[in-house]
Design a protein around this ligand. Sequence first.
Ligand code: C2E
Ligand code: CA
Ligand code: CA
Length: 768
Amino acid sequence: MLNYVLIMLPLMVLLLLCMHRAYLSPKDISTDVYRLLAAVMAAILGNVLIATSPIAVICKAGYMIYFIGTDFVLFYLLIFSIDYCGFKSIRKYVRGIFLTLSIADSVSILLDPIFDHVFAMKIITLDSGESYQSLIPYWYHDIHLFISYIAIALIVTIYIVKLVNTSRIFWRKYIVIFAGILLTAVWETLYVFLEKALDTSMIGFAVCGIFIYYYSIERKPVALLDRMKNMILTSVSDAIVFFNKDGNCIYANDSAKVLFNVQGDDLSDIQRQAIELTSVTTEQLEKINSIRTRREFEREDGVHIYDIEYHKTFDGNGHRIGSFSKITDRTEEIRKQKEEQYLATHDLLTGIDNAESFYSKVRKRLDEDPDTEYVAVASDIKEFKLVNDRYGRAVGDRILVKIARTLEEAASEHTIYGRIGSDRFGALMRKEDYKEETILQGISEIPALSIDTQTQYPVIIHVGIYEITERDTAVSVMFDRCFMAISGIKNDATARIAYYDEKLREDLMWEQRMAGSLDNALLTGQIVPYLQAQVNRDGRVEGAEVLVRWIHPEFGFLPPGKFIGIFEKNGMISKIDKYMWESACRILNSWSFIGREDLYLSVNISPKDFYLMDVPTEIINLVNKYDIDPRRLRLEITESIVMDDAEEKIKTIEQLRANGFLVEMDDFGSGYSSLNMLKDMPIDVLKLDMVFLNASTENNRTRAIMKLIIDLAKALNIPVIAEGVETQEQVDFLSEMGCDYFQGYYFAKPVPLMDYESKTLKRARSDN
Ligand code: C2E
Ligand code: CA
Ligand code: CA
């Protein structure tokens, strides 16, 4: 018995030490281990009490502590095993059930002094002569054992399941602890069933506890780590090669074998190839400790790019023990990088630089070459949206690609170019390389689109030039200036190139101010209709043309020439025109009340109006609203409206005429008038442009043409009105030629409504 205590004492000290270390350990599992060891300690204490004390009461307590202790040893062993094997999902349930069982069992054991159902003791004498309180189990003792064996069975199952489901390289981690537990369980069982007199089974408990502590907390799995390192080394995509002190290759991982194309274990060829790859001679290699370099190598499947590292390895005392090389194939990565960079800096459709990349190249050039003068050139396709809408994106794309190719071919080696936006391209050229003719030539190479065999849609490209004077200006602003120049081209049908200058900037500012103040002007009555009389051969007023004036609070009296162009360009013209039409209708309506339904008014319709709104609907609504006869509202259109989509426009005109309106062809002779047009255009009145009058008095040719036009109109039954008539002489010869009506300063200037009414209305009435 003394021997037993002598064995147990150091074990208990050791256990305490392990408990202390487990308590301090940061590992997650350490709490489980600590509790397990504490339970083992309790059981051992109980056992030692039994073994050392002959007094019955103390032994009784010892047995009870021992039984309860083993309950908790198994409970904590179970929890430890679950955590150690990582079975999180069952932890909660198992813990709940076994904690309840253990507590119930403990309570039952504690009640033994009352119910006498667990055990009794009898004194026996050992071989050594010492007396010992031996156990006589009652019926409940079997239940206690039964609970213990359920726990043990569960623990065993946990390890078996874990071993089956885990990779062999981790087996050692579980199998050792499993074996320890199994051995202890067998040892214990032997004691229970052999019913040996002195129960020394606690030695097994203690050893098992220390063992578990060591394996789960103290031991570092060197072998496992080694195997993992080895596996990683073998399977990484980098090629890794080890050389011994003499430079012979002693290890090559799988990637290296593939890279150096060696089969089997003959590594001698790798040595040669690896040195070749670093492009360093053996002598040089002697002198250096490490190399990092990037090399390109021609291989069977093309050129590869490798990052190569070579390092010598030294032991703790600085003695060289060998070297290793790491070779990484960067080919794919670099290809992807280049691809991404290409995508980021190039326009996908045309393959030339995109705006960002173009701008940064321009910036760089201007900074690096400060002594050369440069010009910024930008192009824009006129009404490109229309091309896309009408012919489809594919056709639009073809034009853009063609422009890019033309740019590419025309660009000198000093020219930088790119695609700035949808249909906008830009270039930076040296001033000495810039020639207007070259550019005109270039843009003329973009072919017109064939609509059918006869009709061609002209692709008009506008070019804006900014001679770079302020080099520090942002590049995007420089090109904005080119586009400003382009927007100055306006509706000029022939201009293709425009230059940015200060005047242009001022014009554009002016345009912006005008555009910004129109809405307010319409609301506050700054936009005013002026009326200019139209008279017949007898000089009697038949009607008047309504002409817009802007009485601007800041700029004063503005004739339409100052703003109509701007609003035609930006689409705000329809606001003015609608306002003027409505004013005309209101005036006509007021004249109805004074019995002057015989007077008409002519209003101007801008060609742009037809794109911006449904002209017939607007005008029909107005005459309905003001309840006037459509014949009294004459509509002046210019021949330019049939420049495109003639058929559609002719339909619109027909529709207006069908609704009772008279349509006048304004400015006839000013543009590209063709006599042919008179044949197709369904018009009621022809208005001869004043250009004829300026030249007519002297120029016989012009006279002849005028006569021809008037005769033709007569033949077609279309009355003719001449505008811009300023002299008696003009009236005479126009009358002679057969002109029916006149409008001009000779008769009356455009005047405000009040003036018109006070002069003309009265006179017209007195004429009646
Ligand atoms: P337009 O339609 O050809 O109008 C006739 C222009 O000739 C008017 O110029 C008028 O004042 C001017 N004029 C009339 N008689 C004579 C003359 O004997 N000698 C000279 N030298 N000029 C004469 P205004 O009012 O400056 O209008 C200019 C142009 O502005 C108009 O040409 C028309 O195209 C446009 N416009 C005027 N009002 C409107 C409008 O309400 N809407 C639209 N869209 N355009 C308008
Ligand atoms: Ca007119
Ligand atoms: Ca006119």
